[in-house]
Design a binder for this molecule. Structure first.
Ligand code: AMP
Length: 308
């Protein structure tokens, strides 16, 4: 069975969209990644930190999905990472209203002994020094390291970010962030520049416009499934990354061809995530529902053309 280490925030989020508003609910990059990866029956472990204010029921929700939580430190006297964001009417862009690092500010991640030989490491959005420290703890070189990041870390820890980017095989990043990281408007040129920073594979997420996978001179594009209802895009990027990494850990094949399938799995899972607030839709998502949507995806993109 493939082993997957997931690093990222386990958090409280407060979200505003044109459709409504939540108080503090369960969020965090590692949470969304873990819920997505739990669909692949792999041995997955989360590495993160929460405060004493974090409800046990949220932790139970993750362990019920077979996510190992030994590496989630609970700082009793501390407060959990809190993020709040407001989406614009197009639902593709958002403003961060609050980022309170709290216990994350002095977090020293510890990868559980039993997961230091994992085949896949998913470095979810977190301080790049924490992401690097997780790689330092691996006793066997992972087959695949995937990194996700965001503008917050480009603004506050760019050199550390460059240092960790050098060490990964795949980076998943959204279009706006790819442009910020490289100073290039063209995503093709941006992907080439990111290749030069280290990662052999670059995945650029374009929200409702799908995702692009770049490798050398090859490009693969997967649309996002056109949905009737997009309620809250929070966590869609992480869910995509969790589906991508989970599928690759499960299939143990990191070829470009198989990464295309991983992108389709990631996009499929992300299409559920946006249908309800926060993690709500992902909490009870069945494999059957995922399967049906994969078929829809196949139909959406399949065509036959006679080329003379
Ligand atoms: P996404 O919508 O996929 O970009 O991810 C949203 C999740 O990222 C939310 O659940 C937040 O808790 C988490 N998040 C927001 N800002 C940060 C940050 N600076 N570092 C780590 N995680 C964050």
């Amino acid at each position: 069975m493939g082993k997957l280490v997931i690093v990222g925030t386990v958090a409280f989020d407060a979200i505003e969209t044109p459709f409504g508003k939540t108080d503090k609910i369960l969020g965090g990059a590692a949470t969304f990644i873990g819920l997505a990866a739990s669909h692949f029956n792999i041995d997955a472990a989360a590495v993160s930190v929460v405060g004493g204010d974090f409800p046990q029921k949220y932790l139970d929700l993750l362990s019920d999905r077979n996510i190992n939580l030994e590496g989630v430190e609970i700082v009793k006297e501390g407060k959990t990472f809190f993020w709040s964001g407001r989406y614009h009417n197009d639902m593709n862009s958002r403003d961060t209203l609050v980022t309170e690092l709290n216990t994350l500010a002095d977090f020293n991640p510890v990868v559980p002994e039993n997961y230091r030989d994992a085949s896949v490491v998913m470095l979810g959005n977190l301080h790049p020094i924490v992401q690097s420290s997780v790689l330092d703890q691996m006793t066997k070189k992972p087959d695949l390291v995937v990194l996700d990041t965001m503008n917050f870390w480009m603004d506050s820890a760019l050199d550390d970010l460059y240092n960790v980017i050098k060490r990964v095989d795949v980076i998943t990043i959204n279009d706006e962030e790819a442009r910020q990281l490289t100073g290039e408007y063209s995503l093709v040129v941006a992907a080439r520049k990111i290749h030069a920073m280290g990662p052999k594979y670059v995945v650029i997420k374009k929200g409702e416009h799908g995702a692009l996978l770049f490798h050398d001179d090859n490009v693969f594009y997967a649309p996002a499934l056109p949905l009737e209802e997009v309620f809250d895009p929070t966590g869609a990027g992480d869910t995509f990354a969790g589906g991508f990494a989970g599928y690759l850990a499960k299939t143990n094949d990191i070829s470009f061809e198989n990464m295309k399938n991983a992108i389709i799995y990631g996009s499929t899972l992300a299409s559920f995530c946006v249908e309800k607030f926060g993690t709500e839709r992902m909490q009870n998502l069945s494999n059957d529902e995922v399967h049906k949507r994969l078929l829809q995806f196949k139909q959406l993109t399949q065509f036959e053309i006679e080329l003379g």
